[in-house]
Ligand binder design. Structure first.
Ligand code: AMP
Length: 378
């Protein structure tokens, strides 16, 4: 307890310093990090939490600087203290017997819990909690997701988590949440994630009701950029929705939750995944063996997302049976108070035939996007 108090007081007055802040970054109206936060907010409070550490204890150190993960930090020097590959707290021979981590290659350098100071809880998901954390060595701020192996096994989602780790740890894009690495002990898996300072997009949307067209267009442009990157890497997300999008400190969006993602092509539907509201027609068509789909499912979801951003509710929202029926028929009404350009983009994405949906390059060049996403200085 004395150690915890000591650490709390040590960290209480530490200022957040973002050496990677780019005041010209698109979608960022504020000039400095300090000006975007109130005086009291500009200090990152770091109330320490206790996560029982099975294997490691480290002595607290005085820290003077917190480096926030940002786009440039992703490839920059502040990450050098964090080995980029995955790691295991247990010996490699242990992990080969572990059904969840066995197929993930053991890297040369290991992470362990003692490398991190654990801060406030950021949220709770179905299978674990997420904490603010930072490395003791460099003060690199991240989010640490703690998953209990027994719960993953009970929920039969070991495969899903393994896939999430494999896919997400190979991705690096400003609008995709980074997974810097992972490690595990006998009971838990720890995911070292990029810290998304403004939390869930879903909460912002619910609070605002709907987004104004310029903001919605900027979000959709960022989504298109991220999806283009994913699809180039042959990754289909398959679960695009506001709940799976986080917001970074500068207001930029970060796609997260790769639990349903797969490597394209040729993935046959085996299970009904994702929220009904966002499922494309080719994924809900019943029973046919030749029920194949490809990365164009994400284009449909992008259309649903654009609609929900602008209207405040998803286009096919109804009873489950009616939602499926309406999706299969493409039955929706786009409110006429939206601009003609916004309506045009939605209509071109929510097309029943996947081949006829607007390609991501065309989304980026669409008049609605161009009108609202012209970067400053151009
Ligand atoms: P999850 O289990 O991934 O659904 O996460 C549970 C909650 O924790 C989310 O709804 C967010 O509010 C929060 N959270 C998860 N990951 C992060 C992150 N990388 N940065 C900030 N908050 C996060």
């Amino acid at each position: 307890m004395a150690t915890v108090d000591y650490l709390s007081s040590t960290l209480e007055g530490v200022s957040v310093q973002d050496e990677n802040f780019d005041s010209n970054a698109p979608f960022n109206k504020s000039k400095t990090l300090a000006s975007s936060l109130s005086a009291s907010q500009s200090r990152l409070k770091f109330p320490l939490q206790k996560i029982a550490n099975n294997s490691t204890t480290s002595k607290p150190q005085h820290l003077t600087k917190i480096t926030l993960p940002s786009q440039s930090a992703q490839s920059g020097s502040s990450l050098t203290a964090l080995p980029r590959s995955s790691a295991s707290e247990s010996r490699p021979s242990d992990s080969s017997a572990d059904p969840i981590t066995q197929s993930i290659p053991t890297p040369p350098k290991a992470f362990h819990l003692g490398m991190f100071e654990i801060g406030k809880p950021l949220g709770k998901g179905k299978f674990g909690r997420v904490y603010l954390a930072r490395t003791r060595s460099t003060g690199f701020v991240c989010a640490l997701k703690v998953l209990h192996k027994s719960e993953l096994q009970q929920g039969k989602v070991e495969k899903q988590v393994r896939r999430e780790i494999e896919i997400q740890s190979n991705l690096a894009h400003p609008n995709v949440l980074r997974l810097y690495g992972h490690f595990h002990d006998s009971k838990r898996i720890f995911l070292i994630l990029e810290f998304a300072g403004r939390g869930e997009l879903y909460k912002h949307l619910r609070k605002a009701g709907k987004f104004a067209e310029p903001l919605a267009a900027q979000y959709i442009a960022q989504m298109a950029s991220a999806l283009k990157y994913l699809h180039k890497k042959h990754v289909i997300h398959r679960d695009i929705k506001p709940e799976n999008i986080l917001v970074g400190l500068h207001g930029e969006i970060k796609i997260s939750d790769f639990g349903w993602s797969v490597h394209a092509p040729n993935n046959r539907r085996k299970t009904m995944c994702g929220t009904l509201d966002y499922l494309p027609p080719e994924m809900i068509r019943p029973g046919r063996e030749e029920n194949w789909y490809d990365e164009k499912v994400d284009l449909w979801s992008l259309g649903v997302l654009a609609y929900e951003f602008l209207v405040g509710e998803a286009p096919f929202e109804d009873t489950p049976v009616m939602t499926q029926r309406r999706i299969a028929r493409g039955e929706m009404t786009i409110p006429t108070n939206l601009s003609a350009e916004a309506r045009d983009l939605i209509k071109r994405l929510l097309v029943l035939d996947p081949e006829k949906r607007l390609a991501l390059e065309e989304v980026e060049r669409h008049p609605w996007i161009l009108r609202h996403c012209v970067q400053s200085g151009k």
